[in-house]
Design a binder for this molecule. Structure first.
Ligand code: GUN
Length: 294
């Protein structure tokens, strides 16, 4: 058996098209241009690539994009002052502070300073709490992307056995909540879980979000399971270069899985597309408009 490849590129492009259509509509009918502000502190090369891609895709969807670059040694109070200014700015409906922040800055303090209505990363405790309570909330973009990809395979996730490997605030924990909202049966596993292979082997849906290159092996996977790989790990090759791999040993797992996301070209593509969705939704909510169609 060879797994069907879940093409994040195509699915994300389709989502961006839907967002662009809705942005056009709210602009035309309500004079509302959704705006996203992205704050990048320091010059981590991977973060710079992400931020550039967010800027390009935000503009391509017809939204306003505001980029703020601060030096790595910025005082925390200055960063908080920028967040406060963006909170008040009526042209800004979404605020994203790119993570990880350089050493010396307290992530929690900065995230908690963002207006929850503009928290398009879904990281503020207000949104995390609402999500955990089953209330409408802005949810983190990567887990939202994971759910959309899974639904392209299954339609409904109701009653399926899911395992989430990893318990980060950005992915694992919110993904568990979103899966519960979809009526899946969820196991959350992590670095201290015993017999991860046996736990994973029960799952119809496997979400790998641990940050360990190619950790999930072929014999962990129930034949026909759907495997969603959130990992992005850069590893050295024999030729002295580097290549990107996920948390799943792709080639061997693809021989038993029913469907699998590639790395790159899977989940990564969905994150920015879902950020656009969240920005559109935040803009409509702030403006008191009905929920958009996406
Ligand atoms: N760094 C890597 N992924 C993300 C994300 O989804 N949001 C933020 N703020 N930083 C990130």
């Amino acid at each position: 058996m060879t797994a069907r490849i879940i093409d994040g590129k195509i699915i994300a492009a389709d989502l961006r098209t839907q967002v662009a259509r809705e942005v056009e509509r709210v602009k035309r009918d309500h004079g509302l241009t959704p705006g996203l502000a992205v704050v990048l502190v320091g010059n981590d090369p991977a973060s710079e690539v992400y931020v550039r891609s967010k800027h390009t895709q935000t503009q391509a969807a017809g939204m306003a994009s505001f980029e703020h670059k601060l030096p790595a040694d910025v005082a925390q109070d200055d960063l908080l002052a920028l967040v406060a200014k963006l909170n008040k700015d009526p042209a800004v409906h979404g605020i994203l502070v790119q993570l990880p922040l350089p050493k010396g800055l307290e992530t929690e303090v900065v995230i908690n300073a963002i207006d929850p209505a503009k928290d398009v990363d879904g990281l503020h405790p207000h949104n995390a709490g609402r999500l955990a309570g089953g209330q409408p909330a802005l949810a983190p973009c990567t887990p939202l992307g994971c759910i959309i990809l899974s639904k392209t395979v299954h339609g409904s996730l109701e009653g399926l056995n899911a395992i989430v490997i990893g318990r980060s605030n950005l992915v694992g924990r919110p993904l568990v909540q979103l899966l519960l909202n979809e009526n899946a049966t969820v196991t959350i596993a992590h670095s201290r879980s015993r017999d991860l292979a046996a736990l994973t082997a029960r799952a119809d849906l496997v979400y790998a979000a641990v940050g360990r290159p190619e950790m999930v092996k072929r014999d962990w996977i129930k034949p026909g399971a759907t495997v969603i790989d959130v990992g992005i790990n850069r590893i050295p090759t024999a030729e002295g270069k580097t290549r990107l791999v996920g948390d799943v040993a792709y080639a061997e797992v693809a021989e038993v899985a029913g469907a699998i996301t590639p790395v790159p070209g899977g989940v990564g593509q969905m994150t920015v597309a879902c950020l656009l969705v969240n920005t559109l939704r935040a803009a409509c909510a702030i403006a008191g408009l009905p929920k958009p169609a996406v």
